[in-house]
Design a protein around this ligand. Structure first.
Ligand SMILES: Cc1ncc(COP(=O)(O)O)c(C=O)c1O
Length: 384
């Protein structure tokens, strides 16, 4: 690394998160969702996740699945989006499990391919998935006499599951759509993602869970409302016939991702002079500034403007417009050239400050930023 801008990933924390989840939620299959370069943490962490106890992986596209396959040759990888039929021979060769998203896709499947497949059910999100139980039954029966192994069936729930009427409805829809087949005959039945795993008891037929953001340190705790808020909530749940959530859990998850850079240049700016593009910042007095080698091409979007970074345990404000490659902060005389700058070390707090989700925070840090992995005493740097 020549430019000292990097994301630091703590592998031990990731491993401990998974061990912690497994202790609290015993299932047979733990499907680690590692799309979008493992939620920005980088595909390199795949083997760390497996060491923690992940025994299946899932990604969005064939490209992503193949990139993960390079990290580990043995683990099963589910592609969450349909793969064009013309590329299914690659899935056969590389042990990529396909998703059958609807009947149209199924009709064009070559049943002689040696593939593992999961049927996707649309439980209300109207994205991917079957919406007709007779079609599901037909696929289920046809696959029994084919080379394709029906290994799994799943759905994705579009809402948070936090006191929402759609969650219960989605579960009912899933159960109704799968009522003509025997779920017990299917090895992996998975409907849950991170948030719904901790907030709802899973039905008995569930054998697997998909772990996304939870592996990377979210979500953590929910506090039960008290007093008037609790009364109001209970009335709301009753009125809309919504099941309550589980508030307590013994999870002790930690985020493993922090973003760093250094002071590249220090400058004195006189009162009345401007800083950066568009003269958006005019100095009201004589000030000192530091220029940092990180910009929007690294993922520092407009939301970061006016926020703070940390240098030597002190917070300093970002001023002016963030450029493609550089960002300016107002400093004091204690800051020295090449001082270490922490853009953020607490992603949860940072996402809140930026008013974005943790998903966006992690995946917005671009591949121009090398990922540095801390594993026991070992440091590994990867440029994606
Ligand atoms: C189909 C599917 N399953 C699981 C996940 C993981 O979700 P989460 O990160 O909320 O656990 C995603 C993420 O968007 C998804 O699209």
């Amino acid at each position: 690394m020549y430019r000292k801008t990097y994301a630091l990933i703590n592998c031990k924390t990731l491993k401990e998160n998974i061990q912690n989840i497994k202790q609290n939620y015993p299932y047979k299959y733990y499907i680690g969702v590692v799309k979008a370069n493992a939620y920005g943490h980088g595909d390199y962490i795949v083997n760390t996740l497996i060491q923690g106890g992940i025994n299946y992986l899932a990604a969005s596209s064939l490209e992503e699945c193949l990139s993960i396959r390079k990290q580990n040759q043995n683990i099963s990888i589910l592609c969450l989006e349909p793969i064009n039929h013309e590329y299914l021979n690659i899935c056969e060769k590389e042990n990529i499990t396909i998703t059958i998203p609807d009947y149209e896709y199924f009709k064009n499947l070559d049943l002689n391919l040696n593939l593992k497949a999961h049927i996707k059910i649309d439980s209300g999100m109207n994205r991917l998935g079957f919406k007709d139980k007779n079609q599901i039954k037909q696929v289920y029966e046809t696959l029994k006499n084919s080379h394709i192994t029906l290994e799994g069936i799943y759905t994705h729930i579009g809402t948070s599951g936090l006191w929402d009427k759609y969650y219960d409805k989605s579960i009912k829809t899933f159960e109704n759509l799968t009522s003509l087949i025997d779920l017990k005959e299917i090895k992996i039945v998975h409907i849950s993602r991170s948030l719904t795993l901790v907030t709802h008891k899973m039905p008995d037929y569930i054998t697997g869970i998909r772990l996304g953001i939870i592996m990377y340190g979210y979500p953590q705790k929910f506090t039960k409302p008290t007093g008037l808020r609790l009364i109001k909530r209970n009335l709301y749940l009753k009125k809309h016939q919504i099941s309550d959530i589980t508030y307590e859990n013994n999870l002790n998850l930690k985020t493993a991702f922090s973003l760093h850079t250094e002071v590249m240049t220090i400058k004195d700016v006189k009162k009345g002079e401007y800083v950066g593009y568009g003269a958006k910042y005019i100095a009201k007095e004589d000030i000192k500034i530091a220029i940092l080698p990180i910009g929007f091409a690294d993922g520092l979007t407009k939301n970061y403007e006016n926020k703070t970074v940390t240098i030597n345990n002190k917070n300093y404000q970002i001023i002016g417009e963030i450029g493609m490659d550089m960002t300016t902060v107002k400093i004091d005389s204690s800051v020295k050239l090449h001082d270490h700058v922490i853009i953020f070390s607490d992603p949860k707090k940072q996402a809140k400050e930026l008013n974005i989700s943790a998903y966006e925070l992690f995946t917005s840090i671009t591949n121009r930023v090398p990922r540095v992995y801390e594993e026991d005493e070992k440091i590994t740097e990867i440029k994606y």
